[in-house]
Design a protein around this ligand. Structure first.
Ligand code: PEP
Ligand code: MN
Length: 349
């Protein structure tokens, strides 16, 4: 249930309402907007039956939230959430955010080269896997801790914040130490132990949709992280498994407007894992941005042919730069701006 307060509510009235709700055994969550403040109530609402909420001073409206997700639901927040990543990047404002980098951190040289290329083209966050979730135990599993150190080194050099996947609850602290944002991969979307652990660290989380997960299941996974205390969650549509084999997965474009309707959390799209083929990355990116995505995460490799993972879907720097030249028009059509920071090439709309 949510309590919408009067615009002129005093701090004392607000505290009193929260105390009454908490005294009944529920938790409250406060969301302050410019025009209204929302008190979200989580717990057994039957216990509030005897509390005369509607007549408490400062209360404007009391509304039920019928969705299974609460903290993640649009109703619970006065404004859309903007997630800050590192010192200078953010996701969820009216500026489109592009995250780019290799599927895996392979070595120092390629990571440096890729980081500089994507930064010049206008990406503001660097991606790169150190712990890789591979379908085969015989495939390259990532550099692990050494990969994290290389990411931190490149961040220090370029100023680009970094996002990298955390596969295991035992690695949460070390990944949080090195990265600005923690990625939960599609295969781990319902690893509830991992989600709970990420709820305890104060680092933004990039939560990817599971291969066969519904939109509601994705939102329930976000709810897990939030219920454990971390509200800095970005959702990522990365293609779902369908009967179609022409593409690696099927990009669920509909998920973007549905998620934007259902949640205040930012929504980004991964066209690389959705299409699985480099040629599809630009058109899928354009579709995602036109449909209202807050950002994109794109795999870029200096020499995709020699990539240790996901070479087929990785763009080379030139193709990425061309995509970035064109993305601004789609951002503008969707009512967003796309800015390339001064450090980069100076493109942008
Ligand atoms: C990745 O981002 O490299 C990755 C493994 O993605 P996903 O979890 O979406 O398959
Ligand atoms: Mn990949």
């Amino acid at each position: 249930m949510i309590i919408i307060t009067r615009y002129d509510i005093t701090d004392e009235e607000l505290d009193h309402i929260r105390e009454r709700v908490e005294a009944a055994g529920l938790h409250t969550h406060l969301s302050r907007g410019e025009r209204r403040t929302i008190i979200g109530c989580i717990g057994d609402e039957a216990k509030l039956q005897e509390v005369p909420l509607r007549s408490l001073p400062g209360v404007e409206q009391v509304l039920p939230v019928l969705k299974p997700y609460k903290l993640a639901s649009k109703e619970f927040a006065a404004n859309n959430t903007i997630v800050r990543v590192g010192a200078n990047a953010s996701i969820g404002s009216d500026v489109l955010t592009v995250i780019a980098g290799p599927c895996s951190v392979e070595n120092r040289t390629m990571l440096h080269e890729t980081a500089h290329a994507v930064q010049t083209a206008g990406a503001t966050i660097l991606r790169g896997g150190a712990f890789k979730p591979r379908s085969s135990p015989y495939s390259f599993q990532g550099l692990g801790k050494q990969g994290l150190e290389l990411l931190a080194e490149v961040r220090a050099e370029t100023g680009l914040p970094v996002v990298t996947e955390v596969l295991d609850t035992r690695d949460v602290d070390i990944v949080a130490e090195h990265a600005d944002m923690m990625q939960v991969g599609a295969r781990n979307m319902q690893n509830f132990a991992l989600l709970a652990e990420l709820g305890r660290v104060q680092r933004p989380v990039l939560l990817k949709r599971g291969l066969s997960a519904t939109i509601t299941e994705l939102l329930m996974s976000a709810e897990y992280i939030m219920a454990h205390g971390n509200h800095q969650v970005v959702l990522c549509e990365r293609g779902i498994r369908t009967y179609e084999r022409a593409t690696r997965n099927t990009l669920d474009v509909s998920a973007i407007p549905v998620l934007k309707r259902e949640t205040h959390l930012p929504v980004i799209v991964d066209p690389s894992h959705a299409g699985g083929i480099a040629d599809l990355v630009a058109p899928l990116s354009f579709a995602a941005v036109a449909a209202g995505a807050d950002g994109l995460i794109i795999e870029v490799h200096p020499d995709p042919e020699s990539a240790l993972s996901d070479g087929d879907q990785s763009l080379n720097p030139a193709a990425f730069s061309t995509l970035m030249d064109r993305i601004g028009a789609f951002a503008a059509a969707a009512g967003r701006t796309f800015e390339v920071p001064a450090v980069a090439g100076g493109r942008g709309v």
